[in-house]
Every structure is written in structure tokens, then in C-alpha cells.
Design a protein around this ligand. Structure first.
Ligand SMILES: [Zn+2]
Length: 503
């Protein structure tokens, strides 16, 4: 009989629930209280013992309702946001309400129409649940914690269903992606291991540039890009993959960019955290993006490796480190946007605004008005702040943020939910913006060979997109029992686009 795995003793009061949660549930069968026979169809089996999985505990509240607890980040109970688990042994037309009861954040895009992701064995493409089946409210039963409830109707008995906070992007997927690129033997793509994580996972470093730029003594203009320092911020990986895919393509813009620039990309700075299903921290519970000032080779080895490389490039007179961009995802804001630094030098400050302004022209989902510049003490250990202080006046350091949920196109109020493809498209637009920044546009015509323009390619991609088969979602009247009202806390009535809703 399966049971909850690795439940540890109480560790403190900061957990958001009564009992501490030590590990993920492992094929945990929920039986009605007092029931002692063999499990039957409809006795749900929950599991999160897989890569990037996260579910710490399941309490059955009633025949239809379950309280679900996020497993806190390893060695850091303060962070509880990412969830990713499977449910099986369902009955056809079985209706359930799942309450995620121990989020560590209060503000959430669930108020604005965000919904959890779902896929199942027979429908392997991730879809968002219809927002009308999702409730976010302050709950008196859970220490006034914010609770996200969603209603769901299982429709295929043989299917295993998987629910997640956002589109997962695992370490293994990333490794397979890089393996497939390596097999193509492109003479302008290089992969090396820059170091290892505490659990011996690879810290990959990619170099994308024309081989001419790597000749002995050649001067290099470097664009340095990092991602997934925060492991639960999966959109970071889709954006990063979009950048990489574009830069290695035969698109005329990509060819010009490779001739003029050296792209150094470390797409996954926290591979252990990604593997473990953490939201914010590394295996040892560190928020790596607060340790740039003094990373330790044993406690923060991946960060230490990247920082050493950047300092080495900084000290190399042949290398000009022009850009550093660290890619994150944001849990309360819409759109893509950037954070930059504040400088005393007004002219430097103005020059720093150029790249986000250009990106805004290229990407409909990128918002310049949400872009901001700061020097808060709380962000002193971030890559952007540390490198902004270290590098000279010709370098620009940004955090690129992208919403976990949606973007609003200028002139409208409709929130368009991000898809994996839309995140990758933002990445492609980041890459092509370097062409505008360096005013390399005239060169594109020189190398251009007859081929479809980028815009046409995208239309083609969209045309090919198939509408996934729908789920039979539960219609509900309101928040679940015990949660009588969400007074003012229910999600606002943003005009949702809801392509997956079958009703
Ligand atoms: Zn982040």
C-alpha cells in the first residue's frame, strides 16, 4: 500500500501548515476515512516523485474535495509556489475540487485569470484550465492563507493526469535539447561544461558565433545570457531556447549577428533546483541570485563558475562584455519587461534604456512602461546589480522578466495567455533586437538569400498549431465548501482568452 513518503518532524512555524513536509508524495492513494478494503477505481493516487515534481501532502476534505500542500524548497521552507504532480486511478466523470492551501505568496496572477496547467496521457499537450473554474481567496481554514481552488472533471479512466503551476521545463529536457544541437555539428555552435552543481549536474555554457571570432587574438564583443537561476521560473527556459534557436538558424539576421557578436549563454544556472522541483532555491536552500557578491565554490558552485568566467572576460583586453541579460519569470506582473540599474551618469542611464525601447518595438508582448530601473538594497546580490557595479560604462546589465501568465497587447485590455511558443517568440525577438541596437540592418540585405521573413515563419507556425482535444471541465457554482466567500478576493474579471474551454 502506497503511503506518503519521507514525512519529517515539525521544523518551524513558517511552513504555512500544521505538519512539516519533508518530501514529495509517492504514489499516495487517498482512501475515504474508515475504509479498509483494497483501493477501488476513483480512489485517487497522487504522485510527485519524478523530475521537477512537487506535491508534499494530500488531505481529503470530503468525497469530492482535497487539500493539497506544496512541498517547500529543499532546505528553505519559505518558498512554496511551484507544484507539479500526477493523479491517476480516476473514474469517468469523477468531479473534484483541489485546494492548493500553502502558497508562500499572497499576490498572484490567479487574481487576474491565471489558471493551472493540465495534460493527460492521451492529451500530452499542456493546456490551461478555464479561469472560471479557478478561485483564489483568503481562507479562514488555513491560517488565512491564500488558497487557490480549482474544479476538474476526470473524463478518461485510463489516463494519468498531470497538473502544474506553469509549463514544466526539466533538466533532462534541456540536456536532450543541447544533445540534439550538438549532433548537428554546426561550426558556429559550441557547448562546454563550465562546472557542476552540488549534485554533480552539468552547468552548460554555449558559445554561438562565427568561427572567425574565435581565432587567436580576435577581438570579441560578447553578449552574456543566463537563465533559470530560479528553478520554478520555467518560462525563462522557453525564452532562452527561443534565443538559441534563432541565433543558430539560417535566418539572415542570425547570420549577421553571429558575424558581429559572440553569444555566451548559460541557460540553466540552478540545475539541482530545476531537477528537484524547487521554486526559488538550490539544493542547499540558497537563493543563488542573492549570492553574486561572494559565491562559494562549494555552496554555490554554478554561480561561482559563471562569475569567474565573467571576471576573466572582463580582464581580457580583447574582450568587450557588452550585455549581460539574466532571464526570469514574474508571478504578479503581465508581459515581458526589464529591470535595469540606476547610474549617476545621466548619459549612461539614457543609453541603458535603448535596448528595452528597441525590444518593445520588436515584441508585442514586451512592455517598456513596465520596465524599471532600481538600486534597492534587497537586490544587491543579484547578477544584474553586481555586474552593473563591476563592469564599465560600455556594458549593460538587465534582468529580463516574463509573466507566468499573460501579456496585454498595446491598445487593448485583453490578457493573452502565454504559450510555450509565445515565450520562445519573445526569445527570438530579444535576439533580433541586437541587430537594431548595433545598427547592422544594412548588412542583412547583403547576406540575405531568398527565404521567408521571420514574420511569415511565425504565421506559418501559428497556422500549423492544432487545437488540442478538450477536457470535460467541471462547472461550479462558487468556491468549495468551507470557503463560503472570497469577498473581494476572487479573481478580477479580466477579459480572458480561453481557447481550451470546451463549454
Ligand atoms: Zn527570478
Amino acid at each position: 500500500m502506497a503511503e506518503r513518503s519521507q514525512t519529517a518532524p515539525e521544523a518551524g512555524n513558517d511552513m504555512g501548515n500544521e505538519d512539516a513536509i519533508g518530501g514529495n508524495v509517492s504514489k499516495y492513494t487517498v482512501l475515504p476515512s474508515g475504509y479498509c478494503g483494497q483501493p477501488k477505481k476513483g480512489h485517487l493516487i497522487f504522485d510527485a516523485c519524478f523530475e521537477s515534481g512537487n506535491l508534499g501532502r494530500v488531505d481529503q476534505v470530503s468525497e469530492f474535495e482535497y487539500d493539497l500542500f506544496i512541498r517547500p524548497d529543499t532546505c528553505n521552507p519559505r518558498f512554496r509556489v511551484w507544484f507539479n504532480f500526477t493523479v491517476e486511478n480516476v473514474k469517468e466523470s469523477q468531479r473534484v475540487i483541489f485546494n492548493i492551501v500553502n502558497f508562500s505568496k499572497t499576490k498572484s496572477l490567479y487574481r487576474d485569470g491565471m489558471a493551472p496547467m493540465v495534460k493527460s496521457t492521451s492529451r500530452p499537450k499542456w493546456q490551461r484550465l478555464p479561469p472560471k473554474n479557478v478561485y483564489y481567496y483568503r481562507c479562514p481554514d488555513h491560517r488565512k492563507n491564500y488558497v487557490m481552488s480549482f474544479a476538474f472533471c476526470f473524463d478518461r479512466e485510463e489516463d494519468i493526469y498531470q497538473f502544474a503551476y506553469c509549463y514544466p521545463y526539466t533538466y533532462t529536457r534541456f540536456q536532450h535539447y543541447l544533445d540534439s544541437l550538438q549532433k548537428r555539428n554546426m561550426d558556429y555552435f559550441f557547448r562546454e561544461q563550465l562546472g557542476q552543481s552540488v549534485q554533480q549536474r552539468q552547468l552548460d555554457l554555449l558559445t554561438i558565433t562565427s568561427p572567425d571570432n574565435l581565432r587567436e587574438g580576435a577581438e570579441q564583443k560578447v553578449v552574456f545570457i543566463t537563465g533559470r537561476v530560479h528553478p520554478g521560473e520555467t518560462p525563462s527556459s522557453f525564452v532562452c531556447q527561443g534565443i538559441i534557436d534563432f541565433l543558430i538558424s539560417q535566418h539572415p539576421i542570425a547570420r549577421v549577428l553571429r558575424e558581429h557578436l559572440v553569444f555566451k549563454i548559460a541557460p540553466m544556472l540552478n540545475p539541482d533546483g530545476v531537477y528537484l522541483g524547487n521554486y526559488r532555491c538550490s539544493l542547499m536552500g540558497f537563493d543563488l541570485n542573492r549570492h553574486w557578491l561572494d559565491p562559494s565554490p562549494w555552496a554555490h558552485p554554478t554561480l561561482h563558475g559563471v562569475k569567474q568566467l565573467i571576471i576573466q572576460m572582463y580582464n581580457d583586453p580583447k574582450t568587450s562584455l557588452e550585455f549581460y541579460i539574466d532571464i526570469h519569470a514574474h508571478s504578479t506582473m503581465m508581459n515581458g519587461f526589464m529591470y535595469g540599474n540606476i547610474f549617476e551618469d545621466e548619459e549612461r542611464f539614457q543609453r541603458q534604456a535603448i535596448f528595452p525601447k528597441l525590444l518593445c518595438q520588436n515584441a508585442e508582448d514586451f512592455s517598456y512602461s513596465s520596465t524599471s530601473f532600481n538600486r534597492d538594497a534587497v537586490k544587491a546580490g543579484t547578477g544584474r546589480r553586481f555586474l552593473g557595479g563591476l563592469l564599465d560604462h560600455t556594458s549593460y546589465c538587465y534582468t529580463l522578466e516574463v509573466s507566468f501568465y499573460s501579456y496585454i497587447i498595446g491598445g487593448t485590455t485583453a490578457a493573452v495567455p502565454y504559450t510555450e511558443e509565445a515565450y520562445m517568440k519573445l526569445g527570438r525577438n530579444v535576439a533580433r533586437t541586437f541587430l537594431d541596437y548595433y545598427r547592422l540592418n544594412p548588412l542583412v540585405e547583403r547576406v540575405a538569400i531568398p527565404m521567408p521573413r521571420l514574420r511569415n515563419e511565425e504565421t506559418e507556425v501559428e497556422r500549423r498549431k492544432e487545437k488540442p482535444p478538450p477536457y470535460k471541465y467541471t462547472l461550479t457554482r462558487g468556491p468549495a465548501r468551507n470557503h463560503p466567500n472570497g469577498k473581494g478576493d476572487k479573481k478580477s474579471s479580466v477579459n480572458h482568452k480561453d481557447p481550451s474551454n470546451s463549454f
